[in-house]
Design a binder for this molecule. Structure first.
Ligand code: AKG
Ligand code: FE2
Length: 187
């Protein structure tokens, strides 16, 4: 419980910084509910006898707005950059912050969601705790798209508006092998 209180506060602070980085008022992303709707998934990856035959989690970008990830000392998380996989080495007391597909939409592609995966290992277990910020429930029924203040003639919208509830319905009906729901709304 204590951890989630801290996650909520951290989320608010991160969304302030991200708003400023977009050239918006510091409270912009918080005021539209970005730091709400935080859900948590804990992963337990046991030691794997044949790690070369499998992956812990396949390549994907997180579907929500922002993810705060805590991993134990085992390592295994990798991010894709310029078509190459890079290890995200665990740092004691460190957290990994991943931009999700919905922040890519809100920022009209200024922030790019990060493709990542978790590889298996002979040793373990590896444990990770992901807090997914997916936005306040009241956003589900409202049109969602790039922030209007970020749109101009020089920077036209890269996504059409859509309903988050339809987006999440697509997400929950999909697998990591199918195209991510964000792709349906690209302009
Ligand atoms: O276990 C990890 O480090 C990654 C988990 C992950 O990518 C996810 O839950 O979306
Ligand atoms: Fe992920």
């Amino acid at each position: 419980m204590e951890y989630f209180k801290h996650m909520k506060r951290l989320g608010e602070a991160l969304f302030e910084l991200l708003s400023e980085a977009l050239g918006l008022q510091p409270d912009h992303l918080n005021s539209i509910g970005c730091s709400k709707g935080c859900s948590t998934v804990t992963h337990y990856y046991p030691p794997c006898p044949q790690p070369e035959l499998t992956l812990g989690v396949r390549k994907h970008a997180d579907a929500g707005i922002l993810t705060v990830l805590l991993q134990n000392h085992m390592g295994g998380l990798q991010v894709l950059h310029d078509s190459q996989w890079f290890d995200v080495h665990p740092t004691r007391g460190g957290l990994v912050i991943n931009v999700g597909d919905l922040l890519q939409v809100l920022s009209n592609n200024k922030f790019k969601s990060v493709k990542h995966r978790a590889v298996s290992s002979h040793v373990g277990p590896r444990i990770s705790v992901a807090c997914f910020f997916s936005g306040h429930a009241s956003l589900l029924d409202k049109p969602f798209g790039p922030i209007k203040k970020l749109i101009s003639e020089a920077n036209p919208p890269r996504y059409e508006e859509f309903l988050l509830k339809e987006y999440f319905a697509k997400f929950f009906a999909s697998s990591l092998d199918t195209k991510p729901p964000i792709d349906y709304y690209k302009l």
